[in-house]
Ligand binder design. Sequence first.
Ligand SMILES: Nc1nc2c(c(=O)[nH]1)N[C@H]1C(S)=C(S)[C@@H](COP(=O)(O)OP(=O)(O)OC[C@H]3O[C@@H](n4cnc5c(=O)[nH]c(N)nc54)[C@H](O)[C@@H]3O)O[C@H]1N2
Ligand SMILES: Nc1nc2c(c(=O)[nH]1)N[C@H]1C(S)=C(S)[C@@H](COP(=O)(O)OP(=O)(O)OC[C@H]3O[C@@H](n4cnc5c(=O)[nH]c(N)nc54)[C@H](O)[C@@H]3O)O[C@H]1N2
Ligand code: SF4
Ligand SMILES: [Mo]
Length: 676
Amino acid sequence: MNATLTTCPYCGTGCNFYLQSDVNGRLSGVEPAGKHPTSRGQLCIKGWNAHAFVDHPDRLTAPQLRRNGQLQITDWNSALDLLHDKLSGIAAQYGPDSLMFLSSAKVSNEENYLLMKLARAGYGTNNIDHCARLCHSSTVTGLVETLGSGAMTNSLSCFDETGLIFVIGSNTTEQHPLIGSRILNAVQRGARLIVADSRKIRLARHADLHLRQQNGSDVALLNGMMRQILQDGQEDTEFISQRTENFAALRQGVEKFTPEYVAQITGLPPEQIVSAARLFAQARRAMIVYAMGITQHSHGVDNVRAISNLALLTGNLGRPGTGVNPLRGQNNVQGACDMGALPDVYTGYQRVADPAARQKFSTAWGVQLPETPGLMATHAIEAAAAGQVRGMLILGENPMLSEANQGLVRKALERLDFLAVIDIFPTETTDLAELILPAACYAEKDGTFTSTERRVQRGRKALESPGAARPDWQILCALLQRCGLPAEYADPAEIMTETATLTPSYGGISYPRLEGMGLQWPCPDAEHPGTPILHREQFTRGKGRFSPVDYRPSAELPDADYPFLLNTGRTYFHWHTGSMTRRSHLLDREERQAFVEIHPADAKKHRIKERQQVKISSRRGTIAAAAQLTDRVPAGQVFIPFHFAEGAANALTNNALDPESGIPEFKVCAVRIEPC
Ligand SMILES: Nc1nc2c(c(=O)[nH]1)N[C@H]1C(S)=C(S)[C@@H](COP(=O)(O)OP(=O)(O)OC[C@H]3O[C@@H](n4cnc5c(=O)[nH]c(N)nc54)[C@H](O)[C@@H]3O)O[C@H]1N2
Ligand SMILES: Nc1nc2c(c(=O)[nH]1)N[C@H]1C(S)=C(S)[C@@H](COP(=O)(O)OP(=O)(O)OC[C@H]3O[C@@H](n4cnc5c(=O)[nH]c(N)nc54)[C@H](O)[C@@H]3O)O[C@H]1N2
Ligand code: SF4
Ligand SMILES: [Mo]
């Protein structure tokens, strides 16, 4: 029996475990890492089952090419030649910006670095993005403006020291289970808990206050809390005068958000807004924790600004047990952003529009680089549907199920002249691809992954990949070479060495230093111990900036034709588009089919029974799913997880985008329901 220490491939909590393999080199199970600072000898159900999909018979094992509608197996050389010829041919004919590259928060830092280098240096376009666009792009935009850095400010260990936790738009016990447990431990120790979520999530049961405001009304709620704090004279005047700017504008901006006005918008009783403000302001150390309930709105950046304003107003930044803490979702979404798999930045958020940064990368890579920021993933879908993007390479994403408004996504992908997908399994997106390349999964390769607390950690190879599947980094190296760029890296460690020289915040990161518990960036040099808490002496941007925001309603609200508000998200057992968890026996057994949460009173009105198939329609599509009658959702709202292809929530969702971050409004649109 062998045991290989590695990082969990599911969520950004970043737990570590040992993959156990038997004498035949097959995985037999998982054992949590006892000394790890996050997992501390525990795992959630997905971690315990992280070995289960690895040897599933559906794994892609050979490159495949679609000819006359039929998939044919081909060899690697022909497949890579074809891929390069197609991409360079489209670039030559229609310009490099007719290409789009989608990178992946499931793959390593090194692989994200190589794909962004390939897009920029190899094919001459900044059109590269990944699922952070659908996730925390609002955070990156909002927090860079207010604090100077888009990452979680504090560390997970801070939950052990805080006096109050304000969870807003995060179903933490299901989506970041080991962070959820840590919050529950803090509550047991005596910390106060405020939960703001229209759904009665598990944390709500343990909260001092559960605010069930209408989805999409958080700006009003947060502004109302700030107005009350100012009225009570509970703001941190010393912090405001020494460490912030633009305070007068904030005071003015929140002035109209009286408890009564906020009550009208949120549907909350005015007293609850006052109580929330008082509870929050009384804590000497308060942590704000948020996720998709905040970011996935057409005003997602404004939501993030409002959160940042609240933390600045109360001096809850730069100290242990405080902070603005966006919980990053995928195992390496923090890393994919850090590595510059984004249209406007290179690694470490160095801007492509900044001539000095461009010169630095141009010199290092030995090529001229494109000057204008590229397309966001969501804009690229629109551009492909309009015939402006013609070739796409997708590495480890499944936009057919994960992007908003599936009808539009299908139109976009079908209209492409060429689509290639690199994945470990067949997906709804590979179904549309001309070329499919088989990748090694996390257990079959080395690499690094960066968790939500900015902890860069090792993933380690435990077994060989099936058939002809190859690690993504090797596939990308072969493409870089076809573009005439040197790519003779012996292993991912050498790729990290190159990345570190170009990235100040990763400057001190190297494989030998990551043995043990990894390192938290910024880690600028080889002696630096890493940074558990950001903004201690000053903010990354200097002063913290108050950015007042006004309330804007969601793009599409319920009306007479579509009377229900559709909320979408996830469940404990499944992961996104299900490619891995629906192929993990024990997880699949727990939840086998698409379902919709409906309030019992609404079900009664529409004569819908428990487990009955229900038709749900929006202006963009119709799906069927099994009714789950529950008061987890408020009356007037239905909740559908987006894991299930046969009842795809995103056939319904609205692709209205936040004007700044380009994130879709996954959390609010209007639907109607009827029995099938
Ligand atoms: N099991 C499992 N875990 C996961 C994932 C998974 O697919 N499965 N995905 C990972 C990823 S990539 C991410 S990004 C995270 C996401 O983690 P979360 O953001 O925690 O998950 P969601 O279910 O998308 O939404 C969280 C909550 O936001 C609430 N909400 C909706 N609209 C609003 C609103 O307007 N205001 C407020 N205050 N709340 C609102 C919803 O009711 C829901 O309970 O989870 C990660 N962890
Ligand atoms: N309605 C609705 N839609 C949403 C959301 C929502 O809350 N509501 N949330 C959004 C959010 S936050 C996110 S993060 C996105 C996620 O959207 P996606 O990233 O598109 O979803 P995943 O299913 O995680 O897709 C990852 C793919 O990578 C593959 N893969 C896994 N490991 C590897 C590997 O090592 N190499 C390669 N090449 N491939 C690999 C998997 O098989 C899978 O097909 O969904 C978004 N969509
Ligand atoms: S909490 Fe996240 S990282 Fe930890 S075991 Fe569960 S899915 Fe894996
Ligand atoms: Mo995400």
